[in-house]
Design a protein around this ligand. Structure first.
Ligand code: MG
Length: 251
């Protein structure tokens, strides 16, 4: 099932996407479960939004062995995590704004895990029951500031630096999905989630021992090799097999 958030008829709603039709939900898929009403709205008549409203995005650095080699870092013994703020989230099609004074802005294609309910101190075995589904994520990064600052908050947190979407796929095995990123149609990253050092259930468990994950929170699972810069006017496309493509222009 594909869960969307969309804007139509003057308001934002959750819905189920089936083909080219959106069936609005009576409430939200976290607190109230998936209860569709009888109406159908043509997809062409809605604007898709980021598919959830995370209170935080917990992102994992260096989770693909070949990306660690690419940036000259040793393999981590445990996940390296950082936070991206909720205010950085944009939805499919929304522009990523190139900040003034930044010398290099990079794309990073990632598989995003969407948390279903309040999740604290769960084991890897318990973690899947707390996952609503999966979507695409672009961990946009001001690479020059990441190096200059020695920590990552500023470089990862600019408004619009967290494109998310286009929808949440609820029926998906995350363990061997093709993940790619293209800039202006040219392939830049291509890997599979099979190459993750720390797998999804382990990551959710690990993070839940540190901080409580709330409904709609996002775990961004790290990027494969091939990171590189974009410029204003470029178009970035993150594609994860079984989900779809998240497209965002740079402005
Ligand atoms: Mg990343």
């Amino acid at each position: 099932m594909r869960l969307v958030r969309f804007f139509a008829e003057g308001k934002a709603s959750y819905g189920v996407l089936a083909g080219e039709k959106v069936r609005p939900l009576a409430g939200d898929p976290f607190q109230e479960g998936v209860r569709v009403d009888d109406r159908e709205i043509p997809l062409a008549e809605v604007r898709l939004l980021a598919p959830c409203l995370p209170s935080k995005i917990v992102a994992v650095g260096l989770n693909y062995a070949d990306h660690a080699a690419e940036v000259g870092q040793p393999l981590p013994e445990e996940p390296v995590i950082f936070i991206k703020p909720s205010t950085a989230v944009v939805g499919p099609g929304e522009p990523v704004l190139y900040p003034p004074g930044v010398a290099r802005v990079d794309y990073e294609a990632e598989l995003a895990v969407v948390i279903r309910d309040t999740t604290r101190n769960v084991s890897p075995e318990e973690a899947p029951a707390h996952i609503l589904g999966y979507t695409c994520f672009n961990d946009v990064t001001a690479r020059d500031l990441q190096a200059k600052d020695g920590q990552w908050t500023r470089s990862k947190s600019f408004d619009t630096f967290a494109p998310l979407g286009p929808w949440i796929e609820t029926d998906l095995d995350p363990n061997d999905l093709s993940i790619t990123l293209a800039v202006n149609g040219v392939l830049k990253q291509s890997s599979t989630t099979r190459n993750m050092i720390f797998k999804v259930p382990y990551l959710v468990s690990f993070i839940s021992q540190i901080m409580t994950l709330l409904p709609g929170d996002v775990v961004a699972t790290g990027t494969p090799p091939g990171i590189g810069p974009v410029r204003p006017g470029d178009v970035m496309e993150v594609t994860v097999a079984g989900i779809g493509t998240l497209t965002n222009p740079v402005r």
